[in-house]
Write a protein that binds this ligand. Structure first.
Ligand code: THU
Length: 161
């Protein structure tokens, strides 16, 4: 028997203004996309902007449904959108921003479990890490250097044989 420890680092930025130019622009794209979210049930708006290796940015936002479980998160809309239109172009980073119509969100929100699994599929497909940037409506930004950091012991295609 032996124990195993998993650890990972995040980078904290005090505000969006501390980001590099291209990350700043990516987060601004995520914020712009968030304004178009369809979230009449939760009033919680999420925007996601995917940066491709060719410099293109592909957007997504949450799309809710009267049958609640049929709704789709912003991250999955964006990453599947990228996979659909550019299946062979690597994904460098995803910027995620959240806000609520009911209260102020001043801290970053990390992707839900299903979105982590979806993002992980693309990270494994391209065999290169995808950076994740996250922020609330205001306040600090956090960055993870790969999806695998936030989804340890992930299920993947290797189990399928
Ligand atoms: N949501 C996302 O878009 N991404 C996440 O990672 C977590 C939650 C959406 C789903 C739903 O439309 C709303 O936020 C409230 O859960």
């Amino acid at each position: 028997m032996h124990k195993q420890k998993f650890s990972f680092e995040i980078i904290n930025y005090d505000s969006i203004d501390e980001l590099t130019g291209s990350d700043f622009n990516l987060m601004q794209s995520s914020i712009a996309s968030r304004q178009k979210a369809y979230a009449p049930y939760s009033n919680f708006l999420v925007g996601a902007a995917v940066l491709l290796e060719n410099g293109e940015v592909v957007l997504g936002n949450n799309q809710e449904n009267a049958s609640y479980p049929a709704g789709i998160c912003a991250e999955r809309v964006a990453i599947t959108h990228a996979g659909a239109i550019h299946p062979d172009v690597k994904i460098k980073a995803v910027a995620i921003s959240v806000s609520s119509k009911n209260h102020s969100v001043n801290t970053p929100a990390a992707p839900c479990g299903i979105c982590r699994q979806s993002l992980m599929e693309y990270e494994q497909k391209q065999d290169a890490p995808i950076r994740i940037l996250m922020m609330g409506e205001t306040g600090r930004v956090i960055e993870c250097s790969s999806v695998s950091d936030i989804l340890p012991l992930a299920f993947n295609s290797s189990f399928l044989g």
